[in-house]
Design a protein around this ligand. Structure first.
Ligand SMILES: *[C@@H]1O[C@H](CO)[C@@H](O)[C@H](O)[C@H]1NC(C)=O
Ligand SMILES: *[C@@H]1O[C@H](CO)[C@@H](O)[C@H](O)[C@H]1NC(C)=O
Ligand SMILES: *[C@@H]1O[C@H](CO)[C@@H](O)[C@H](O)[C@H]1NC(C)=O
Ligand SMILES: *[C@@H]1O[C@H](CO)[C@@H](O)[C@H](O)[C@H]1NC(C)=O
Ligand SMILES: *[C@@H]1O[C@H](CO)[C@@H](O)[C@H](O)[C@H]1NC(C)=O
Ligand SMILES: *[C@@H]1O[C@H](CO)[C@@H](O)[C@H](O)[C@H]1NC(C)=O
Length: 637
């Protein structure tokens, strides 16, 4: 029998055991220590090979994350969300977990992370460096690259997901279907049928180019290690010796930046979903000088996609996009590398780099101020969690304030970044976070997003399971602390800014009280939706948004926007800009037969047959919670 289905069936038959531990008012320090141990214990310290049905491939040094399927609705669908999981080896989680542990140590006085675990993580991260560039580089990929001898290329792919798809090739689906129907899981059998029919789509999407997100997250991690080099000399030098050509990162940033006002057809076209949410910012920018350069997600352009697709490395939908969260990580990576001295401040004298830094900063500020253009599903292209995004933005302000406390910032452009982002975080973002706070009935507060809050019982009553409550609450605390406090390296303490509103401080205290009570109580799942594909249901597919460029990858224009192109792989997007009146008209038209999805009502409001893959990581939840707790416990005022 086919493996995932078998797993699914087995899990369906399993009785749910809820573990509840009795934690009697533990101190914050004790809880922090316990979380550190829990996180480090979850690292893969012995590599495992894929073994059908029994074991996923687990690479040495990786922190655990899993690909799951976001379903909501009746309990049998909720059960798929809960039970279906595929271990994923990626650079991102390992980097973020390591960063959180180091930050909790540096900014929160948490116990020192184990050098051994850190070294394992760094060695693992090192394996995600792009091997297709025939020179030293720090261009990173989300998934490890496997060598394909036929095409003589290294391809970044998820082993477990691909093997799972391969296993489905020789399965008699009818058997599974009948069993599921017999057991009363008709919904599931039709969904599995849909999933299987999407096999080829998934397979293509699983061959991706390197990206600016992982690349700059790696740079941020190296910067953090540099500021901690006396405490972690070996780990610091390990990072430095693996990253000898950081020029490669900045060269790539300039080469692949999205430039809507450029004549270069390779970089002046963007995913129609990006154009949709970003067009108001773009309209503002055009009156601002017709010159804009933003960081995109993928380190690839249309020409390269055309060439490399045959070899198996192409951007999803063959077009680049702008993700506001990725952008926040790029800004952090640039800022932290200059502040830590990993990169010389003179890099910001490069007008190309300075423009991307400041244009992207302005874009992030605009999106924070305008609630992600009311389209978080498109603007946070790969990161469904809004609070995670706020924290990613606030981290940049936090390190700028830390460095500005005793010294001049090393470049004037960094003041511009600080003065642009700080007020938006202090006003609008803070107010959004505080408004989202909910009381648990006692004097504790929590935040939550959408995970597990769209199921309903037999009587059609909505169930609120709060499966991302721990993660979201800790991210809210981290965002508020990064916005409103300044770290002083001399005392190793955090200080609230003198104008911090009292409700910020009191809310942080109440969030922390909630985290202390519930993080390990077993009442809530430690899940998150820290990552996802760009498609999250029908309304998020690129095909249904206005475009002015549609062509086969060989460059041949496709005039017909009513039927799906059948002549081979194609690219689609908005090239340059479209005048507002014309775009507004296009919004009222159908694209490939579907009306433009102009609104987003939430991930729990669509059809229950609509689902999307997402990534959840328990160690990441515990690491962010640990960071929140440790920092909240390290204030001097
Ligand atoms: C560094 O990267 C650049 C590309 O950005 C490349 O041209 C150069 O050769 C690399 N340097 C070394 C020493 O590999
Ligand atoms: C290797 O590349 C060839 C040619 O692009 C392709 O047909 C084949 O499927 C690839 N093999 C794997 C294991 O991805
Ligand atoms: C950047 O350029 C300015 C003026 O053009 C100069 O004063 C400054 O020293 C340069 N900074 C760096 C770090 O090279
Ligand atoms: C983008 O950068 C260019 C060049 O520095 C500048 O003229 C333009 O005003 C900037 N636009 C935005 C929106 O930041
Ligand atoms: C269940 O409730 C939702 C609103 O909460 C409603 O739209 C839907 O029609 C109801 N379904 C049934 C079967 O009653
Ligand atoms: C490009 O591909 C399309 C679709 O396969 C085909 O119809 C067209 O003739 C090709 N054009 C060239 C110039 O090869």
């Amino acid at each position: 029998m086919e493996t995932p289905l078998r797993l699914l069936l087995l899990s369906l038959l399993l009785v749910l055991v809820c573990s509840t531990s009795n934690v009697v008012s533990e101190s914050t320090d004790e809880l922090v220590a316990r979380l550190l141990a829990k996180v480090e214990d979850s690292q893969v310290t012995k590599a495992k090979k894929f073994f059908p049905v029994l074991e996923w491939q687990e690479d040495l040094g990786v922190y655990k994350s899993e690909v799951k399927l976001y379903f909501h609705g009746p309990e049998d669908l909720a059960l798929i969300r809960d039970k279906f999981h595929v271990f994923d080896n990626n650079m991102f989680v390992t980097s973020w977990v390591s960063s959180c542990l180091l930050e909790a140590y540096r900014y929160g006085g948490a116990p020192k992370p184990s050098p051994t675990h850190l070294k394992l993580a760094l060695d693992s991260i090192n394996g995600y460096r792009n091997k297709d560039r025939k020179f030293e580089n720090s261009i990173m990929s989300f998934w490890p690259q496997a060598y394909n001898s036929t095409s003589n290329t290294y391809i970044s792919t998820p082993v477990n997901l691909l093997k799972l798809i391969d296993l489905t090739n020789d399965v008699p689906f009818g058997v599974i279907e009948n069993i599921l129907k017999f057991l009363g899981f008709g919904d599931i059998s039709s969904i599995i049928k849909t999933l299987l029919s999407m096999k080829d789509t998934f397979r293509t999407a699983f061959h991706i180019p390197p990206d600016f997100d992982d690349t700059f997250v790696n740079l941020g991690l190296g910067s953090l290690l540099t500021s901690l080099k006396t405490q972690f000399p070996e780990q610091h030098s390990s990072w430095m010796t693996s990253n000898t050509n950081l020029t490669s990162v900045f060269d790539a940033l300039k080469k692949y930046a999205y430039r809507p006002f450029s004549k270069d057809s390779n970089v002046n076209t963007i995913d129609p979903r990006t154009y949709f949410y970003l067009r108001k910012f773009m309209e503002k920018s055009s009156s601002d000088g017709w010159d804009l350069a933003l960081t995109p997600t993928w380190i690839q352009d249309i020409e390269e996609t055309t060439k490399l697709r045959k070899k198996g490395i192409s951007m999803p939908f063959n077009i680049n996009n702008v993700d506001v969260t990725v952008s926040a990580n790029v800004i952090y990576g640039i800022t932290s590398s200059v502040l830590s001295g990993v990169v010389s401040p003179s890099i910001l004298n490069d007008t190309g780099i300075q423009q991307i830094l400041l244009n992207t900063t302005n874009m992030i500020a605009h999106e924070c101020q305008n609630d992600l253009s009311d389209r978080r599903d498109l603007a946070l292209t790969y990161y469904p969690s809004v609070l995670e995004f706020y924290w990613f933005v606030a981290r940049t302000v936090f390190i700028l304030n830390e460095n500005a406390k005793h010294n001049q910032l090393p470049h004037e452009a960094l003041y511009k970044v600080l003065h642009k982002l700080e007020p938006v975080l202090e006003k609008h973002v803070t107010s959004v976070i505080l408004k989202g706070a909910k009381s648990d009935g006692a004097d504790r507060l929590y935040l939550e997003d959408f995970l597990g809050n769209g199921d309903f019982d037999k009587n059609n009553h909505t169930l609120i399971k709060g499966e991302d409550r721990i993660f979201t609450t800790s991210m809210g605390v981290n965002a508020l602390i990064a916005t409103w406090s300044i770290f002083d390296g001399k005392t190793s303490k955090l200080y609230w800014k003198s104008d911090t509103p009292t409700d910020v401080k009191s809310s942080v205290t109440k969030f922390i009280d909630w985290l202390k009570k519930y993080t390990l109580s077993g009442d809530f799942k430690p899940y998150n939706t820290f990552f996802s594909g760009s498609a999250k249901g029908e309304g998020t597919l690129p095909f249904y948004y206005p475009i002015n460029r549609l062509e086969y990858l060989n460059g041949t224009n496709i005039p017909d926007e009513t039927h799906f192109p059948t002549g081979g792989p194609f690219t689609l997007g908005v090239q340059g800009t479209i005048p507002k009146a014309q775009y507004d008209k296009m919004l009222t038209e159908k694209h490939f037969g579907v009306p433009t999805p102009t609104t987003f009502k939430g991930f729990n409001s669509g059809s229950t047959q609509d689902f999307f893959p997402f990534w959840s990581s328990e160690p990441y939840t515990y690491a962010t919670t640990m960071l929140a707790l440790a920092q909240s416990n390290n204030f001097a005022n």
